[in-house]
Design a protein around this ligand. Structure first.
Ligand code: GRF
Length: 189
């Protein structure tokens, strides 16, 4: 199974997926990293791991349709089976969604449908929830609205800080994402 990982930032989830491939718990290949931020840390991580990368600056394209068409070209050339969004900070438009409908998944740091959108961890922390968590879901045209595939709860300890919640959520993400991708592959999805 050939994966494309899309990321815009640090790439800790990208790393967790690459590690799971290396240690044999994820039976797949990370065939390409797609990144919309040339200076993102994840670009360096891809270099270190030898993952081919398609890195672009959206400003170099007339509009979203143009850069998504280019991404589709790259993905089709690589014969990508599944698109893994891992901190890709853009909505997927129809140019990319249409040819990969049902083949794009995302990870979100809250128990959806609570706290969709930006800074879900901050939103949950500010709301004072006692339980938050992580969701893996299919991507549709909405913001964090697609069908839920997997969720794992994280308790918010009394008196803990936003950073502690973030740390706990990331730990869960790094386990849950590779394991969920492996389940989809096993089920032939
Ligand atoms: C993760 O918390 C993920 O849930 C969200 O973006 C963050 C990406 O972090 N969609 P990283 O770049 O994988 O470290």
């Amino acid at each position: 199974t050939k994966l494309a990982v899309f990321a815009s930032g640090t790439g800790s989830n990208y790393n967790a997926i690459v590690e799971a491939v290396k240690n044999g718990t994820l039976d797949a290949e990370v065939s390409v990293l797609v990144c919309d931020k040339p200076n993102a840390e994840v670009v360096e991580k891809a270099k270190l791991n030898g993952t081919p990368a398609f890195v672009f600056d959206p400003k170099q394209y007339r509009n979203k349709q143009m850069f998504e068409a280019k991404i589709v070209e790259v993905l089709q050339e690589e014969k990508i089976d599944l698109i893994i969004l891992a901190g890709y900070m853009r909505m997927i438009g129809k140019t990319l969604l249409r040819p990969f409908e049902g083949k794009i998944i995302n990870i979100h740091p809250s128990l959806l449908p609570s706290f969709p959108g930006l800074d879900a961890i901050g939103q949950a922390f500010d709301a004072g929830v006692k339980v938050s968590g992580v969701t893996v879901h299919y991507v549709d045209a909405g913001m964090d609205t697609g069908k839920i595939i997997a969720q794992q709860a994280v308790d918010v300890q009394d008196g803990s800080s936003r950073d502690e919640l973030q740390h706990a959520i990331q730990q869960v993400e790094h386990q849950l994402y590779p394991a969920t991708i492996q389940k989809l592959i096993t089920r032939g999805e």
